[in-house]
Ligand binder design. Structure first.
Ligand code: CA2
Length: 146
């Protein structure tokens, strides 16, 4: 089983600014934490982060036929990008949307998620451990489908 963990714009700034919203874990520690979790449960994980919408679309397309599940935090593109929604729909790979904060409890413009319509689940407001929950959920889904 192979998973792809995608992070969108500005998430590479984790731990550097706004710790009151996103916590103190750095982006590099976040990726290490997910890698360790995946290693423990015997799942292969690839990581990708970009601040560019088209690059994120390209990476999702490359996943077609190569990965069994995607965990994605699309950052602010959550609230704007039909292109990411279409990419996830196009590849048909089970995808979980993750948000460190709970966008529903923040500014009104964060209430919309375009990508949600193509995702099997959304995990929000759980801090960085939400990524681990997303991994576990995808594994449970895959086992259920077997
Ligand atoms: O809560 C989340 O994970 C978000 O996806 C984060 C996005 C935001 O636009 C979404 O509404 C909710 C923003 C990511 C920016 O990350 C930063 C991290 C540290 C410092 C500054 C930005």
């Amino acid at each position: 089983m192979k998973l792809l963990i995608i992070n969108g714009p500005n998430l590479n700034m984790l731990g550097v600014r706004e710790p009151e919203i996103y916590g103190k874990t750095t982006f590099s520690d976040l990726e290490k934490m997910i890698a360790l979790h995946c290693e423990k449960i015997g799942v292969e994980a690839d990581f990708y982060q970009s601040n560019h919408e088209g690059a994120l679309v390209d990476r999702i397309q490359q996943a077609y036929g190569n990965v069994d599940g995607i965990v994605i935090n699309p950052g602010a593109y959550t609230h704007t990008s039909i292109a990411l929604l279409d990419a996830v729909k196009a590849v048909g790979i089970p995808t979980v949307e993750v948000h460190i904060s709970d966008p529903d409890l923040r500014e009104p413009f964060r209430k919309v998620s375009y990508i949600r319509a193509a995702c099997v689940a959304t995990i929000k407001g759980r801090g960085v451990k939400g990524y681990l929950e997303a991994v576990d959920l995808l594994i449970a889904e895959a086992r259920h489908a077997d």
